[in-house]
Ligand binder design. Structure first.
Ligand code: FE2
Length: 183
């Protein structure tokens, strides 16, 4: 289950209904999906996409997405820091950013117009849609571990427009982790 931090307000939201309601209020679609198809930790992207074919088709039909890919990051991933450097600068896209997290965790910072920046920590089972035009950036948690399915409306894939606002430098990608969530 995702959690939200609002650093400006020193506020953390972990209660599932409250997380979903807050995200909805800033235009982010959020759902919990069970990662129901076990795939080996070292399975290639094609295998992951094949295992989740039905789910991907459902999402494609719903949102007009034309392509999907699998992203799998571990500390040993080549050029990891260069890759993260592209994601962690504030940007927006001409299309929705849709991610279904299958393993690991990461932090989306979302910067809605006229609202405070939120840090949305996602984990396995989280499905999010950041609508086109929304200012945001992304980073991994310290353990540098995530597997996710990405969907695109544009066949060319991930194209960012950087804002160059510098706002991203004011926020640390702090991950609370599963231990923080009240049981
Ligand atoms: Fe993005």
């Amino acid at each position: 289950m995702a959690t939200i931090r609002i650093p400006e307000q020193d506020r953390t939201i972990t209660e599932p209904a409250a997380v979903a309601a807050y995200l909805s209020s800033v235009g982010i679609d959020y759902e919990r999906w069970q990662p129901a198809h076990p795939v080996a930790a070292d399975a290639p992207a094609e295998e992951v996409l094949a295992a989740y074919k039905d789910e991907i088709e459902r999402l494609k039909a719903r949102g007009g997405y034309v392509t999907a890919d699998g992203i799998d990051v571990k500390p040993a991933t080549p050029n990891l820091e260069q890759m993260l450097a592209k994601f962690r600068q504030e940007h927006w896209h001409d299309e929705d950013e849709v991610r279904f997290i299958l393993r690991g965790r990461g932090v989306f910072h979302i910067h809605p117009a006229e609202r405070p920046v939120i840090a949305l920590e996602v984990e396995a089972g989280d499905l999010i849609r950041v609508p086109r035009g929304t200012h945001h950036w992304f980073d991994l948690c310290a353990d540098r571990d995530i597997r996710a399915i990405r969907l695109f409306q544009d066949a060319t894939g991930w194209t960012p427009h950087y804002t160059d606002s510098g706002v991203d430098r004011r926020f640390e990608p702090v991950c609370l982790g599963p231990a923080y969530i009240p049981r």
